[in-house]
Design a protein around this ligand. Structure first.
Ligand SMILES: Nc1ncnc2c1ncn2[C@@H]1O[C@H](COP(=O)(O)OP(=O)(O)OP(=O)(O)O)[C@@H](O)[C@H]1O
Ligand SMILES: [Mg+2]
Length: 179
């Protein structure tokens, strides 16, 4: 079984994927490390991954294995289940600022969370998608929620957040062309 954990940068993918893999006894695989190991993608300003090559290489290597993939492109990889982690975009902004991302990059990612970019891409690629709102939950609580849904046989649960309701809270993180 292949489970992919995706979502906006900073949402908590690595944290959740590691705990989930441990709880399930599955392999944890960082897609970024896998791509680097296999020479997929190149460093332009940042690492740009060739998704088509990544799909082929992961299929070859992991087809019959039990894996949890971690990565913001993992929803584009053929998976039995895609988990899209969601987080109040203001907290995404706070986390990325703490990492000293540029204002432009913070804004791009806050906006991506605000308008559901990963979810929409996942829907275009996969049937089995579970969205989890991680806001105000500990990593253990998030993993518990995922395991509970899996146990109950839930294969699709989407449309659980609407960040347009909190748009005003995130204006400080958006690069709206001022200054
Ligand atoms: N549920 C949570 N509650 C509080 N803090 C969290 C939670 N999940 C993750 N974090 C913290 O948020 C930060 C980002 O988490 P993490 O590195 O797992 O995100 P990521 O989605 O893998 O990021 P990237 O896209 O850059 O790989 C870390 O400092 C992590 O400890
Ligand atoms: Mg990560």
């Amino acid at each position: 079984m292949i489970i992919s954990i995706s979502g906006t940068p900073g949402v908590g993918k690595t944290t959740i994927a590691r705990i989930l893999a441990k709880r399930l006894g599955y392999e944890y695989v960082s897609l970024k490390d896998f791509a680097l190991r296999h020479g997929i993608g190149e460093m332009v300003e940042e690492l740009e991954i060739d998704v088509e090559k990544l799909v082929k290489a992961t299929k070859r290597e992991f087809e019959d294995r039990n894996v949890v993939f971690d990565g913001h492109l993992s929803h584009l990889i053929p998976s039995d289940l895609v988990i899209i982690l969601r987080l109040h975009p203001r907290i995404i902004g706070e986390r990325l600022l703490r990492r000293e991302y540029s204002k432009k990059k913070v804004s791009e990612n806050v906006e991506a969370e605000l308008v559901d970019v990963c979810l929409i891409e996942a829907i275009e690629n996969n049937e089995n998608i579970i969205e989890v709102d991680t806001t105000d939950k500990t990593p253990e609580e998030v993993v518990g929620e995922i395991l509970k849904l899996m146990k109950a046989g839930v294969k699709r649960r989407i449309g659980i957040v609407d960040w347009s309701e909190v748009y005003d809270d995130v204006i400080p993180y958006l690069d709206l062309g001022g200054e």
